[in-house]
Ligand binder design. Sequence first.
Ligand SMILES: [Ca+2]
Ligand SMILES: [Ca+2]
Length: 291
Amino acid sequence: MKKNKWIPIVNILTLLLVVSCSKDEDTSSDTKAVFSYVADGFLVNFTNFSMNADEYLWDFDVDGATSTRRDPAYIFPEKGVYLVSLTASRGEESSTFVDTVRIIGPNIKIDGDFSDWEHVDYTFENPEDGGGTLLKVKTFASPNALNFYIEGTSEMNFAVMNFYLDTDNNTETGHTTWMYPAGSGAEFMGEGNFNPEDPGASSGAIYEYGGPGGSDWTWASVASFADAMQFAEFGTNEGNKAIEFSISRGVLGDMEGVVNFGLTESDSGWTQIGSIPVFQTPESEFAPFEL
Ligand SMILES: [Ca+2]
Ligand SMILES: [Ca+2]
C-alpha cells in the first residue's frame, strides 16, 4: 500500500483555503493527478484520487498498455519495477502523476489452489513422449521457500519422490548422478513418500552432500519433510493432474541467482516412472530455477 493517500487530503485543504480566501477566482484550473495502488502478486488495483478531472489516461509502462478507466486493475506480465503514469484532465487542463510500481512476483501459497501460479511462466516442459508421468513444472522463489508446481499424467502419484538441487549453480561441485550425465552437481537431495490422503503427513528427508564431489553416496540428513517442506493435495489444472509443494530455504544454505534441479518419481515398488527434466539420456541435465 503506497502512502500517498494524504496527498489529496492536503490538496483538499489547499483548495478549501483557496476557495475561502478568494471566492471569486475560478479554481477549475486546479486539475491534479494522484493515485495509490495495492498489489497482490501480478494484479494491481489502482485507486484514483485526482482532483478536478473527468478524463483519465493511465500508462502502465508495459509495451504501450493504457487504460482510460477511473480506477483500473492491471495484471503486470512479469516481476519488475514499472513507472506508471496517470494523466488526469478536464477540458484544457491536465496534470500527470507518476509513481513506481514494484511487482515482486506471485503470492504463492501451498494450499492446493493453483490460481496463484496463473501468471507464472513454465520453467521447463518435457518433450512429448519423454518424462513419463511428469509433464511440466513452474518454479518460484519466495523469500523463505523454493516453490514448485508440477503438472503430470493421471499416474503421477509421488509414492516415492526424489529431488536434486544444485544450489551453488556449479555442476562441478556436489554429487553427480548418472541419471543426469550432462549436468548435475547436487548439494542437496530430497527423498520421501508423498501422502495423497494427508499431504502434511508425507514422510521423507532432505540430505546434504558431504563428499569430495563425484558419484559417491555421502549424504547427511539435514531436515525431515515435515520440518522443511509443505505439500498440498493433488488437484487438476490445465487439464492435467497437478500438485504444488515448497522447500524451506532455511535448510539449503546461501543461494543466489540460479539453482538447478532434477525431480523424479517412482511407484510404490520403486520402479521409476517419471522425471523432469527427462533423465537417463546422454543430454539429460538439471533445469535452471531462477531465484
Ligand atoms: Ca496455491
Ligand atoms: Ca553444485
